[in-house]
Design a protein around this ligand. Structure first.
Ligand code: NAD
Length: 489
């Protein structure tokens, strides 16, 4: 049995309160997670402040960049360990974890190492009418101790997406991975230790949200900023906690993302793209398309083709390189998804594919699997067409005009991402810009440049991270203004 411990002030800390870590493929328990107490979280935050007051607080951007490269190399060196831990926690297929989760976890450190070395800062010379002159320049400083809370769907990738820029900017962090996926974050702490990240600069605490490590972090008076990825409802709770003390927050939240498919698209390319957009990671990516709008002339062909592809997806053990889809993260999450399938039936949906639980006749029958599922025939205001389900499922509806498609795609309180499929260049630009989202893809999906802004509108988040946007969130910027002559301003 593995043990996932807390990492506080450069040391591993056990806890008498432990919880089970399940493998979603077959429901087996393979690790014990040591839940951090309120005192542990307090110690981690104190360790962060001590690191800032000590050697870590005196590091230069160049030195921190070298540290980040070493962390990235450390992840690469232990690639197989990270891969095994991520697959055990999530059940996601090797084909995905080895090409997306683990390499992107390392890439996040390299990207922010590169950026912090070359990050531009403002400099303005002011010339006032009476002759006074001044030089203004910006100084970038850390915010302090940043609380990082991440979800289970892309555990290493989303954890490092915040840890890397926070450290690049010279902050100390107290980070909590999801209780469902503590594995790769714990390995990352081992790498931090191995490469010599100063004690207290990176602290890892395990636990749940309310009444546990998540709440202890967000309500602690000495946390200086909070960055969170997860459900919109959790975002509201964290925002209330952050209001006390007016803490800076950055939120990447849920979505109910639209795909708009025009009849003039390259059908085969679009179909491949939509299979990914609906079923990647069993639909457990915040960017997945759950609402698909298809131009009416293409609607029957698309419905049939996507249903056929859904039925062909290979659901198998994660270690098999040919596996295309794994289970859901937990029994609880599967119940939620299955309840939406029941609700869709009550709401009058037609099931074009799936709608149930696959049977394997082996240990996987104790896991948390659901079939790739496609529904149709619901009105736009049905609950299954408006609420985030976060499973391998989409609803397909026909549309007649571009304006109608845009209006229906935007008729949501979420606003994370959209994907648009057309061969008409002008229309691609026009529709992409009209989407009220943080990220519009044209003829693609989940194609990311880590330097670009990432975040959502409406219920999907507050602020943008990525590239320079991350550096700005994780920094306190001070403008220094020096008068360079004697004239009275
Ligand atoms: P979640 O909100 O249930 O949990 C996320 C994290 O918050 C976990 O670590 C959890 O322990 C912690 N938490 C829960 N309640 C808390 C509280 N009251 N105070 C402090 N911490 C608390 O989300 P999840 O189920 O892990 O992840 C799935 C959700 O995340 C989906 O809604 C998905 O769309 C969203 N998501 C968004 C993005 C994005 O970039 N916008 C990316 C991935 C996932």
């Amino acid at each position: 049995m593995k043990h996932y411990r807390n990492y506080i002030q450069g040391e591993w800390r056990e806890s008498s309160r432990r919880f089970d870590d399940h493998n979603p493929v077959d429901g087996s328990v393979f690790a014990q997670v040591h839940e951090a107490s309120q005192a542990d979280v307090g110690d981690a935050i104190r360790a962060g402040h001590a690191a800032l007051a000590g050697a870590w607080g005196r590091t230069t951007p160049g030195e921190r960049a070298e540290m980040l490269y070493a962390i990235a190399n450390g992840i690469d060196k232990r690639h197989d360990d990270f891969l095994a831990a991520e697959m055990a926690d999530t059940g996601k297929p090797l084909a995905m974890a080895s090409t997306i989760d683990i390499p992107r976890g390392a890439a996040n450190f390299r990207v922010f190492a590169d950026l912090i070395k070359t990050a531009p800062l403002d400099c303005f010379r002011t010339d006032l009418p009476g002759g006074a002159r001044a030089l203004n320049y910006t100084v970038r400083k850390p915010l302090g101790v940043v609380g990082i809370i991440s979800p289970w769907n892309l555990p290493l990738l989303l954890f490092t997406w915040k840890v890397a820029p926070a450290l690049a900017c010279g902050n100390a962090v107290v980070a909590k991975p999801s209780e469902e996926t503590p594995g790769t974050a714990t390995l990352l702490a081992e790498v931090m230790h191995e490469v010599g990240v100063p004690a207290g600069a990176f602290n890892l605490v395990h636990g749940f949200g309310p009444g546990s490590a998540g709440e202890f972090i967000t309500t602690h008076p000495d946390i200086n900023a909070i960055t969170f990825t997860g459900e919109s409802r959790t975002g509201s709770a964290i925002m209330r906690a952050a209001a006390e003390g007016v803490k800076p927050i950055s939120f990447e939240l849920g979505g109910k993302n639209a795909a708009i498919i025009f009849a003039d698209c390259d059908f085969d390319r679009m179909l491949d793209g939509m299979v990914r957009a609906v079923f990647l990671n069993s639909g457990q990516v915040c960017l997945c398309s759950e609402r698909v709008y298809v131009e009416r002339s293409l609607y029957p062909r698309f419905c049939e083709a996507l249903a056929e592809r859904a039925a062909q997806l290979r659901l198998d053990w994660p270690s098999d390189p040919a596996t295309q889809m794994g289970p859901l993260i937990s029994a609880e999450h599967r119940n939620k998804v299955l309840k939406y399938f029941d609700l869709a039936r009550e709401e009058g949906a037609r099931f074009l594919a799936g709608g149930g639980v696959p049977r394997f006749g082996d240990a996987r029958d104790q896991g948390y699997w659901v079939e790739p599922t496609i529904i149709a025939g619901l009105p736009d205001d049905a609950r299954c067409a408006t609420e985030e389900i976060f499973g391998p499922v989409c609803h397909i509806a026909p549309f007649d005009t571009e304006a109608e498609a845009i209006a229906r795609a935007n008729a949501t309180r979420y606003g994370l991402a959209a994907t648009i499929w057309t061969s008409n260049l002008e229309r691609g630009h026009r529709v992409a810009e009209a989407m009220r989202v943080g990220l519009s893809w044209v003829n693609s999906w989940f194609l990311r440049d880590l330097r670009t802004p990432f975040g959502g509108a409406g219920l999907s988040g507050i602020g943008r991270e990525g590239g320079q946007h991350s550096l700005n969130f994780y920094s306190e910027l001070t403008n220094v203004c020096i008068q360079i002559n004697q004239e009275t301003p």
